[in-house]
Design a protein around this ligand. Sequence first.
Ligand SMILES: Cc1cn([C@H]2C[C@H](O)[C@@H](COP(=O)(O)OP(=O)(O)O[C@H]3O[C@@H](C)C(=O)[C@@H](O)[C@H]3O)O2)c(=O)[nH]c1=O
Length: 188
Amino acid sequence: MQIEQTSLPGVVVITPARFGDHRGFFSESYSARALAEHGITIEFVQDNHSLSMTPGTIRGLHFQAPPHAQDKLVRCGRGALFDVAVDIRNGSPTYGQWFGVELSYENGKQLLVPAGFAHGFVTREPETEIIYKCSDYYARETEGAIAWDDPNIGIDWGLGDTAPILSEKDAQARSLADLETPFTFEGT
Ligand SMILES: Cc1cn([C@H]2C[C@H](O)[C@@H](COP(=O)(O)OP(=O)(O)O[C@H]3O[C@@H](C)C(=O)[C@@H](O)[C@H]3O)O2)c(=O)[nH]c1=O
């Protein structure tokens, strides 16, 4: 397993080993023990799986507020996507900054998006599947959304002039500045 730190402390790119042979490959896509060896000890309680039919579909930016904040461990089951984490913790030195990485079935990479970060992604291929582990259960009353195109965040989704496909909720999301962000930076 390979672990890469990113420009946002706490946001980590993980690449589990793959063992290829004439049948295909084998990979431990999640191992609590292997992560613990790298200091990552999160108890995950829910797995999510979604399919997006059309390239250029954006889901996000989403978070759950405390007491149901979620750490997420994200990977791509089929196709390819660009996965993004945005620091929304008040007082954080990296508040409002984003990090993105291409996750694909091919590269097997995963992104750890800690609580206190909003999460979103854009799909790059038809019929792209995302699978992610969450450290708390879905709690609709604590859900929050931030506009994918918030100019103060300035995410480069790699879409050029193409308009993304969005849910109604995401099309109506407000900017980070309009949000009373429920997270406080607690140091590292
Ligand atoms: C997220 C979620 C949704 N749902 C239901 C609510 C709704 O009827 C339907 C679709 O929900 P959404 O439109 O919010 O799905 P989606 O836009 O895919 O939301 C997800 O986006 C990514 C970026 C995340 O990080 C996730 O945490 C989650 O917010 O699924 C659950 O039952 N459990 C869940 O955990």
